[in-house]
Design a protein around this ligand. Structure first.
Ligand SMILES: Cc1cc2nc3c(=O)[nH]c(=O)nc-3n(C[C@H](O)[C@H](O)[C@H](O)COP(=O)(O)OP(=O)(O)OC[C@H]3O[C@@H](n4cnc5c(N)ncnc54)[C@H](O)[C@@H]3O)c2cc1C
Length: 374
């Protein structure tokens, strides 16, 4: 039961955003940059942001060679290029908003480890480089010298080739989200945590947003930015959740590589973190059906598979211990494109980052903000 004062002072906004991941926070940032006097509220169900944005690997990536080739085969050249461009532009826009130092962004580069060299692979790399030239203006993918595999300490019997990409970066996902929160809060955006949005009622004069089955907020317009959890509100979008499982090793005696690494069309990914630790995630392709879930838990089959890949491929000559494991939820569409549209008169949905939200998140948020301002 709310008082007159509470209702007057705390529940009425110009814009309400559901979800404080990279997209929700960046929508608030875009709105407040364009319309500084707007009253904006972000509702987040977690005690702090609790979606994929703070559970990811922190790769500022736009696609690995085998993944891009697979995308071209499924959605075509034009759609793939459009996505790469949006990711690349999004990353530049993010770096303009948040200083590299604050989010520990490093242009660390990435390598794709090729376990089985596809037919005519070097020609395919040339083809990709030609295709990407209008976006990057130089060669993106380079075949690395063969000795590099050994220098990194990988199993040379399994790793057949490395493809280097100097444009990819890595960042500290926690610091990125914290910096974005500080950025919008400085501009008077309110963030309320522990607020689980249950339902919406879109009326002619605005939208009523019910939180914790108890309190109704009100805004002229609403953006739903809850990515993998969109199914709790709408079932008609072609968006499927996809769980990602991750582990981090305890500090190793020595770590021979730094930067981002991918293999198996990007289904597996690892990088250096902390002092000589490896963050390693993936394996969703082992059980697509089982991993199409919003359940936040790790499973022995995937974690054991990651451990086995560490032992056999990544650090075959070193013993290691696991420090921690976790899971996060992504959202996928068949055409790999995010869903950004009005779902009712005053509610915009902006979800389905297709597992690469660090780079594309800022572009997606800008599009959502532009729709809200229309
Ligand atoms: C394990 C893993 C590794 C990844 N690695 C990378 C990577 O290296 N590089 C990359 O680019 N991408 C990566 N991704 C994908 C990337 O993290 C996502 O694309 C991106 O974070 C999505 O951002 P978002 O803001 O749309 O959603 P989220 O970050 O998921 O935010 C949604 C927010 O909505 C909140 N919410 C949900 N329902 C409600 C409700 N009813 N009421 C209120 N709040 C609600 C959630 O708590 C959450 O905070 C990875 C994802 C995972 C899971």
């Amino acid at each position: 039961m709310l008082s007159y004062w509470e209702k007057e002072s705390f529940t009425k906004y110009d814009y309400i955003i559901v979800g404080s991941g990279i997209v929700g926070l960046s929508v608030a940032a875009s709105l407040v940059e364009k319309k500084p006097t707007s009253k904006i509220l972000i509702l987040e169900r977690g005690i702090f942001p609790s979606g994929a944005s703070t559970k990811n690997a922190g790769f500022a990536c736009f696609g690995k060679p085998t993944e891009l080739l697979a995308d071209i085969a499924t959605i075509g050249e034009e759609a793939t290029l459009e996505l790469v461009e949006k990711r690349w532009k999004g990353l530049q826009a993010l770096r303009k908003r948040i200083a590299d130092k604050k989010m520990e962004f490093k242009q660390a580069g990435s390598y794709e480890i090729i376990l089985e060299i596809p037919k005519n692979f070097e020609q395919k790399i040339d083809y990709l480089n030609k295709l990407l030239r209008p976006i990057f203006h130089e060669k993106v993918f380079h075949v690395a010298p063969q000795e590099q595999i050994q220098r990194f300490g990988f199993n040379t019997k399994l790793a057949k080739m490395l493809i280097y990409n100097g444009f990819e970066g890595q960042l500290h996902s926690g610091k990125l989200i914290q910096s974005l929160m500080e950025y919008v809060q400085k501009k008077k955006v309110k963030i309320l945590n522990g607020c689980n949005v249950n339902q919406f009622r879109d009326t002619e004069s605005g939208v009523e947003v019910q939180v914790n089955h108890e309190i109704n907020f009100w805004a002229k317009r609403v953006a739903i930015c809850n990515n993998g959890f969109i199914g709790q509100f709408f079932s008609h979008y072609p968006v499927k959740p996809g769980r990602g499982q991750v582990l981090v090793t305890k500090p190793l005696k020595k770590l021979l590589f730094k930067g981002n690494f991918h293999f198996d069309e990007g289904f597996y990914y690892f990088r250096n973190v902390g002092k000589n630790q490896i963050l390693f995630g993936g394996g969703r392709n082992l059980d697509f059906e089982g991993e199409t879930t919003t359940e936040l838990k790790t499973t022995p089959n995937i974690i054991n598979n990651l451990i086995e890949k560490l032992q056999t491929l990544i650090i075959p000559n070193q013993s290691f211990e696991i420090e921690q494991t976790w899971a996060g939820i992504m959202a996928f569409t068949p055409n790999r494109k995010p869903v950004i549209e009005y779902c009712t008169q005053n509610i915009v949905v902006g979800v389905a980052l297709n597992g690469m939200g660090v780079a594309i998140g800022t572009t997606v948020a800008e599009e959502i903000a532009n729709l809200l301002l229309q």
